[in-house]
Design a protein around this ligand. Structure first.
Ligand code: GLU
Length: 309
């Protein structure tokens, strides 16, 4: 069923777009700096296959931090809750996503949660496989499965651009290695992580993955559980408590939808039991969230009373 352009969503996009002027496209990864700050698009996918959209939903975006929640799901399936949470915590930090501060002040020195970079790097390191290539292909296969799109790939230019400039992430890795949270070669981990963050898809794909989380791991089209229910729930809980960086509390109060954002300007939303959302709006606020994307979700949540709280 093709995705239908929706006048109601177009109205909400029109209302949300002007605030993009107050944001800035991320450019600490040079290749992301090329995005158009005024872009804003949304796709919503329902379990019965209906899909509604506004804006250019075919435009591809790199997942960036949105990938963290998907990698967490894979690693929880690969390993076990006990294994993963012995190395990464479950608590929000209140610090910026790439902060190193708490690693030093907490004892034992383990990342507070899998959504900050330190935790995400530790989680990516847990993907099973004998080589970077094998581990990456396993993650890609999982993402293709979740989105129902076999053509999903990663953007080599974005991966390279981040690999060449990921000094802070390298610093986090060396800190984690010193404290035995990770083992193995840091350059290989950065290679895998930057490829993971550069996996590209459009809003439609993003909304399909959001829908699988919304439905506790069930792919409604296949009628199949493609992720165990308890793992989908753990991921959704992290989306609520730390999915929107250190703005997650305010986001939960104002919007009340499990969501994960990335510095490319993507947001994946999972409205429990109802639908999946994919948003793209590359102008970011000072916390690193899509500024117009958040406004759009706020309008959507108010209009349709979507808060889960
Ligand atoms: N690849 C990005 C980084 O590690 C992801 C950050 C994000 O989207 O928040 O800096």
């Amino acid at each position: 069923m093709p995705c239908q352009s929706s006048d109601e969503l177009k109205e909400l996009v029109k209302e949300a777009r002007p605030i993009a002027k107050q944001g800035r496209v991320a450019d600490y990864i040079p290749a992301l700096g090329k995005a158009n700050p005024n872009d804003l698009s949304i796709a919503i996918n329902y379990p019965d296959g209906r899909c509604f959209s506004a804006g250019d939903i075919e435009r591809k975006i790199s997942l960036q931090s949105i990938s963290k929640v998907i990698t967490l799901a894979l690693v929880l399936m690969d390993r076990s809750k006990e294994y993963v949470f012995a190395r990464v915590g479950m608590e929000p930090t209140g610090d910026p996503f790439n902060s190193i501060a708490k690693l030093e002040t907490m004892a034992p020195s383990k990342p507070l949660n899998p959504m900050i970079n330190a935790g995400a790097l530790a989680v990516t390191n847990m993907i099973k496989g004998d080589s970077v290539e094998e581990r990456f292909q396993r993650l890609l296969a999982f993402i293709r499965n979740l989105s129902g799109n076999d053509t999903i790939e990663y953007n080599e230019e974005i991966a390279r651009s981040e690999f060449e400039t990921a000094h802070l992430n390298r610093a986090l890795c060396y800190f984690l290695k010193q404290h035995h949270i990770i083992e193995g070669d840091v350059e290989q981990l950065i290679d895998l992580y930057t490829k993971q963050c550069a996996i590209e898809m459009n809003c439609l794909d993003l909304s399909r993955i959001g829908l699988v989380f919304a439905l506790d791991g069930v792919d409604p089209q296949l009628g199949k559980q493609i992720m165990p229910m308890n793992i989908a729930r753990i991921c959704k809980t992290f989306m609520v408590t730390c999915g929107m960086y250190n703005a997650s509390g305010e986001f939960a109060i104002k919007i009340g939808i499990p969501a994960k954002s990335g510095v490319s300007g993507g947001i994946m939303g999972a409205v429990p039991g109802k639908f999946g959302i994919g948003i793209f709006g590359p102008a970011l606020d000072d916390k690193g969230n899509s500024i117009a994307g958040i406004r759009l979700l706020e309008l959507l949540s108010k209009t349709y009373n979507l808060s889960m709280f």
